[in-house]
Write a protein that binds this ligand. Sequence first.
Ligand code: PGA
Length: 245
Amino acid sequence: MKYLFGNWKMYLDYNESINLSKQLAEVNLPSKNKIVVFPSNLAFKAVQENLASTQIATGPQNVAWVPKGGYTGEVSAHMFKDLGATYALIGHSERRHVFGETDDEVRKKVEACLDAGLIPVVCIGETKEELSEGKREYRLKKQIMKVFENLDLSGKEIIVAYEPVWAIGTGTPCLPADADDIHGWVKNELKQYTNQEIPVLYGASVNAENVLSFLSLSTIDGILAGGASVKFNDWQEIVKKAEEI
Ligand code: PGA
């Protein structure tokens, strides 16, 4: 079983999100894999309802770290859980680099998800500068430590998505051999903090053509796709190809 996650980002408006979720529900491809889509908050409830009779689970792209209160513009993990969410993306590179989300905030959001009963999908990744300055492992080590140090999982699920920031949305992913190495390194790093098996997904420029080169690697437990997940045909191709693994 592999994880096939689709981050719809802010690519689709309300009607487009409804249409895509209806198309997915209509085709309802059976899969041995775990398929999850992350729609915008705007369309979350409607998408969740449209997919409720399928095996496709849903999650938000971000959550607030408190359950309720005077937090203008925020929506909490508990609130998404009430609407049927199962997962939540946390610390996506666009949250970190465009909106200035810090490692501390990411940690609080992870704890909020665990508290609310959502499975956090913690995104980690280095920038182009960090890569070229040889600081890739340093950056990943810090992001992992901030989330996992003294984190009380008590058997609760958590997922890590390795997303090299320099490859997101470029059409040119990390080379599979490079992804293989770094995933092995990440998995080893995670062992310092927990004996639980933590799935590690690859994200950044995954498409129907390259998906198998990642999914065929034993260090890669699944993929997180952005652009390819909002195009119905591309996503169906990804889901179909993943059946070959
Ligand atoms: P991409 O985005 O597949 O469009 O590169 C991946 C992501 O940001 O999660």
